[in-house]
Design a protein around this ligand. Structure first.
Ligand code: PLP
Length: 367
């Protein structure tokens, strides 16, 4: 976590521990802290504070968008369908599939195929929600939301447009994304906030039913006692991320470029999975010929280089990547996928070490 976020959260774990839904003075202090956090998050997103809903994680925000919009439509006698691209995070893909939705192909960089999206919107009656991620979590590709928005407004004018922007917050100005969409999901631990706090932006007038019902918190959009410390820390982390983003993007991009260029120079048979022009600065994804990711990750882990092959899942089991498959990456390449993420704490020395360890490990495995 960002030190500023840890510092912001500490008082709310000790002396300011009250439940903001209470009516006594300490509760009112806690409520004020949540309101201030909401104002800060809203400012970083360029939206009114009333559009910001705090949730329990990015997965919950994504589920709340898909299921909440479909439920609200069904309750008013307008049942319908959800649509998303094939390279979405499972937090979107699984609810869309669960509700019998339509999954649209992506291009070689993992971005939604706009012609296929247009066909799907033309041929699917009653599309209620379209969910298109801003940044892919595995390969780092950025999808321009404006053209997606134009298509949805033209071909499915009643549909809600949601974006999973969980991987965007550190790298893209969120104020530039919010005008194109009706709903947007964030997860605090992707920008130096605590794990277990999510944000869901809901544009005024969007019909969405709550998936978590109970005490009516968050204006009845998400019940459950507020995680005050987590929410306050989320706001502190997002504010700092927002203030530093411009400089961080260029600093991290040059580290990432050096990391990938060095691997390409040191090793044969390395494929840069997505062109850098299509990617965020903090993502380095390569496919390495003639090795298996699992064996490579084992050697990297022993040398304390922490990387992954696909996305982190609960079991830690290594499943073939649905993202690379959707992008049409041949199995011979995707078998040797290596995903390295850089961020606010990454240094030049980290890059030197990663290049050395990855190069040695690949040579060892190939021998
Ligand atoms: N969406 C994307 C693109 C992600 O990368 C992640 C987490 O890795 C999630 C959703 C889920 O967020 P959380 O881990 O907060 O549930």
């Amino acid at each position: 976590m960002r030190p500023a976020a840890v510092e912001a959260m500490l008082p709310f774990l000790s002396e300011c521990y009250a439940n903001p839904s209470g009516s006594h003075r300490f509760a009112r202090d806690a409520r004020r802290a949540v309101d201030e956090a909401r104002d800060i998050v809203a400012e970083c997103l360029g939206v009114p504070a009333g559009w910001v809903v705090f949730t329990g994680c990015g997965t919950e925000s994504d589920n709340a968008a898909i299921t909440g919009v479909l439920d609200a439509a069904a309750r008013t006698g307008r049942p319908g369908t959800a649509v998303c691209p094939a390279a979405e995070h499972h937090a979107v893909l699984h609810p869309v599939e669960h509700h019998g939705g339509r999954v649209v192909p992506v291009d070689r960089s993992g971005r939604v195929d706009l012609d296929a999206l247009a066909d799907t919107l033309r041929t699917t009656p009653d599309v209620r929600i379209v969910s298109v991620m801003a940044v892919n979590n595995e390969v780092g590709s950025v999808t321009e939301l404006d053209p997606v928005c134009s298509l949805v407004r033209e071909l499915a004018p009643d549909a809600v447009l949601h974006t999973d922007a969980v991987q965007a917050a550190s790298w893209l100005d969120l104020r530039a994304l919010t005008p194109s969409v009706d709903m947007l999901s964030l997860s605090a631990h992707k920008f130096g906030g605590p794990k277990g706090v999510g944000v869901l932006v809901v544009r005024d007038g969007t019909r969405v039913a709550p998936v978590i019902m109970g005490g009516g918190q968050e204006r009845d959009r998400r019940s459950g006692t507020h995680n005050v410390a987590g929410i306050v820390a989320t706001a502190a982390a997002l504010a700092e991320t927002d203030a530093e983003r411009h400089d961080e993007v260029s600093r991290v991009r040059s580290l990432r470029d050096r990391l990938v260029d060095s691997l390409l120079a040191e090793l044969d048979g390395v494929l840069e999975t997505v062109p850098r022009a299509h990617k965020i600065a903090g993502s380095a994804h390569v496919c390495i010929a003639d090795i298996e990711s699992e064996a490579l990750l084992y050697l990297l882990d022993r040398a304390e280089v922490c990387a992954s092959a696909a996305s982190a899942c609960a079991s830690g089991a290594m499943e073939p990547s649905h993202v690379l498959a959707a992008m049409g990456v041949e199995r011979s390449w995707s078998a040797g996928a290596l995903r390295m993420s850089l961020g606010a704490t990454t240094t030049d020395a980290d890059v030197d070490r990663a290049v050395e360890v990855v190069t040695d490990a690949v040579r060892q495995l190939r021998r």
